[in-house]
Design a protein around this ligand. Structure first.
Ligand code: PLP
Length: 459
């Protein structure tokens, strides 16, 4: 059985060859441009072959993947990638991912993989602890915050319509009582997309004005009546700012509304007491979405949804509508996610949390924030304008007018020392620096700041 795993080439079997190539790749990351060179991208045409008629040797397939593929990757696993909000990959989570890959478990059903179900139960318990959420909350391991938003909002849609006697899972939305959805002006596009997929409409929402940091203004909330879902944000994708949860949740709950939190990266602020003031009140909501592939630094893809009343999440996502009524029965993971079959994402999350421990996790989150603060201080000291209050891991920098800022961003991306993206913040062009990787060191920040300042001084 599995003869191919025993077969050797140059003293290595196929998996050893993959290990050797992966290690060589990761060790070399520090020495290569953070964005692939044009020549490396040009070589991607090597993949434009027609589908082979005959089987090809697995060693040669892996060699092609490495020799042409590796140089064409962005070095987001390294310490100087600050684009979008993208974490790296903690070594123990990559190693666990490899072992779990060898296991090839289907995590949807306990009967298909007791080990995957066990580790996801443990990971869920630890996550609820880290986030300070009710221990009896339900949870689902999904692809990312987009799907996590979708699942949390599906639970919300179920609950607010159930309250007025409408079963949306069986009857659909045709003829249903209208559902009011309230979002902040700075809502993330993924949440609007989730609303669209749920039949609640991307543009049918009430948008609440935001302040200069992008926080929803609690004093500008409309009056709430009838089935209503209020969506708040823990961590604005540009500024990192948090909507004022305590005030908004109080008002929403007094009116019987459901509160969903998009905390794709910001929810991780709960991991350290140092950021407690930002996250205050967030745990009072009804559902939460976050990513593990961002700030927890596990491999793609890995998102998480939590729901205060597990039964609401199950009612929205179960495959067997009658089954969710059976309290106390053993529930399969697939009853809390849109999928049946899926990979065992919880394993890497378990590995990350176990190896970091509470202290290591807090330290990783604090370290990223410290690096962000240093970026802001040094760029400001050099005369550039930082557009946001840097309380978390996000920094928005202007280098003058929109054109000059864009030229600096382009130059930084071409230079290859680090990678930062561009954004528009409240009408102003900005470079966005997101420090989300465990791998970023003081030396990485220093090297990156130097490169940015050198390039900015050329315009
Ligand atoms: C990244 C992000 C999302 C989307 O997450 P994916 O994992 O890419 O689906 C949603 N909301 C916020 C605030 C984000 O930063």
């Amino acid at each position: 059985m599995h003869r191919v795993f025993g077969e050797q080439r140059e003293g290595r079997n196929l998996l050893e060859d993959a290990t050797w190539r992966s290690s060589r790749y990761l060790i070399g990351l520090d020495e290569r441009p953070v964005f692939p060179a044009p020549e490396a991208l040009a070589r991607l045409s090597a993949f434009d072959e027609s589908l082979p008629e005959d089987p090809q040797n697995p060693f040669e397939t892996l060699a092609l993947l490495d020799e042409i593929g590796s140089p064409a990757t962005t070095a987001s696993a390294g310490g100087r990638y600050f684009g979008f909000v993208i974490g790296g990959v903690l070594p123990v989570t990559l190693a666990s991912n490899w072992l779990a890959g060898a296991w090839d478990q289907n995590a949807g059903l306990t009967a298909a993989s007791p080990i995957a179900a066990k580790l996801e139960q443990v990971a869920l318990r630890w996550l609820l602890d880290v986030f300070g959420l009710p221990p009896e909350s339900g949870g689902g391991f999904v692809t990312g915050a987009t799907m996590a938003n979708f699942c949390g909002l599906a639970a919300a849609r179920h609950a607010v319509l159930d309250q007025v006697g409408w079963n949306v899972e069986t009857e659909g939305l045709f003829g249903a009582p209208p559902v009011t959805v309230i979002v902040g002006e700075e809502v993330h596009v993924s949440l609007l997309k989730a609303l669209g997929m749920l039949g609640l409409g991307r543009e049918r929402v009430i948008r609440v004005p935001a302040d200069d940091q992008g926080r929803m203004r609690a004093d500008a909330l409309p009056g709430i009546s009838g089935p209503t879902i209020v969506c708040i944000q823990a961590g604005n994708v540009n500024s990192g700012a948090f909507d004022p949860a305590t005030g908004i949740i109080q008002i929403a709950h007094d009116a019987g509304a459901w509160v969903h939190v998009d905390g794709a990266f910001g929810l991780w602020a709960a991991a350290t007491p140092a950021l407690a003031r930002l996250i205050l009140g967030v745990s009072e909501a009804d559902s939460w979405a976050t990513d593990a592939h961002k700030w927890l630094n596990v491999p793609y893809d890995s998102g998480l949804v939590f729901c205060r009343r597990a039964a609401d999440l199950r009612a929205a996502l179960t495959h067997s509508p009658a089954a969710y009524l059976i309290e106390g029965a053993q529930h399969d993971p697939m009853e809390y996610t849109p999928e049946i079959s899926r990979r065992a994402r919880g394993i890497e999350i378990w590995a990350a949390l176990r190896s970091l421990g509470r202290k290591g996790l807090a330290e990783m989150v604090e370290r990223c924030c410290r690096h962000a603060t240093r970026f802001a201080e040094e760029l400001r000291a050099a005369g550039h304008e930082v557009l946001n209050d840097v309380h978390l891991n996000q920094v928005l920098v202007s280098f003058g007018d929109a054109e000059k800022t864009q030229r600096v961003i382009d130059a930084v991306q071409r230079d290859g020392t680090c990678w930062c993206g561009g954004t528009v913040w409240q009408g102003h062009a900005a470079m966005r620096i997101s420090v989300s990787s465990w791998a970023t060191t003081e030396a990485d920040v220093e090297r990156s700041v130097k490169a940015i300042l050198r390039l900015a001084s050329m315009f």
